[in-house]
Design a protein around this ligand. Structure first.
Ligand code: ATP
Length: 254
């Protein structure tokens, strides 16, 4: 892979569920190494479907990529299953912060390292790193994850993903259902990870305000197609974006 090759490139992707429902028509975006890239769009625009296509998770939902290509570090993802992709460094945190509720926070974190056969010294070092990023998790490390708050569970699933040592961290709607201050805290820590460790991040969000505050670049989806992409700082200035793409679909607005 040359320096100019994007870390992740999605080119003109179409996705169909159950051989009948076309959820994505024409989605393209590229994530550069070292950036935070926000994937924005209203409810149902196709953000989760795009992320599942990236991690090759669609077959579990009777979905498939029916046109286009997705490459991670120059390799076509279609030939790799989700666990192989995790081992390659493409690690996704799914929507809905799925913890193992009866396992402790620390046990949940450790599950992130299992797929890569990490030594116990590596796991200890990675746990210390996660606790430095999210000190609340250290205080709660012996608590069953199911008894912690939504924000703490979101931190735990991000921490678990970090134990898989991602080169690209993919997050689906981390703000969902969380209080604004908790959302700011989580995005702030993601930004810190990006800046201090160079971690590349692709984050799907309906909360465009917070995503554009922290992202470097963004892509906007509407009704299964890419309609805009550019610098987050430019998109933040665009008053029309909120109105056209997040309040109502383009078709409804016309
Ligand atoms: P949200 O923020 O609500 O999750 P989204 O932008 O992530 O929205 P998707 O969940 O990707 O959107 O949905 C895109 C379209 O695909 C929607 O029309 C949705 O109904 C459809 N869809 C999603 N999952 C499935 C599925 N498993 N089977 C059939 N259709 C689906």
């Amino acid at each position: 892979m040359s320096d100019s090759t994007p870390l992740l490139s999605i080119d003109s992707v179409e996705v169909t569920y159950q051989n009948a429902i076309v959820a994505l028509h024409d989605v393209s975006l590229s994530v550069r190494a070292g950036e935070i890239h926000a994937l924005l769009g209203a409810n149902g625009a196709g953000k989760s479907t795009t992320l599942k296509a990236v991690s090759n998770l669609l077959p579990a939902q009777r979905g498939q990529v029916t046109a286009g290509r997705i490459h991670f570090e120059g390799r076509d993802v279609s030939g790799l299953n989700p666990s192989q992709l995790v081992r390659q460094g493409l690690v996704q945190v799914l929507e809905g912060r799925h913890c193992f509720p009866s396992l402790s926070i620390e046990e949940n974190l450790i599950t992130g390292a299992l797929g890569r056969g990490a030594r116990s010294s590596e796991i200890a070092a990675d746990l210390a790193r996660v606790y430095a990023i999210f000190p609340k998790l250290k205080a709660l490390r012996r608590s069953p994850a199911g008894l912690t708050s939504g924000g703490e569970q979101q931190m735990a699933v991000i921490g678990r993903a970090l134990l898989a040592r991602p080169r690209l961290l993919v997050l689906d709607e981390p703000s969902m259902g969380l209080a604004p201050l908790v959302v700011q805290d989580i995005f702030h820590q993601l930004r810190r990870l990006n800046q201090t460790e160079g971690l590349s991040i692709l984050v799907a969000e309906q909360n465009s305000a917070v995503a554009l505050q922290y992202a470097d670049r963004a892509t906007v989806l509407d009704a299964g197609s890419t309609v805009l992409s550019g610098l987050a700082s430019d998109l933040r200035q665009r008053q029309d974006i909120q109105h056209f793409y997040f309040g109502q679909s383009v078709a409804e607005a016309a």
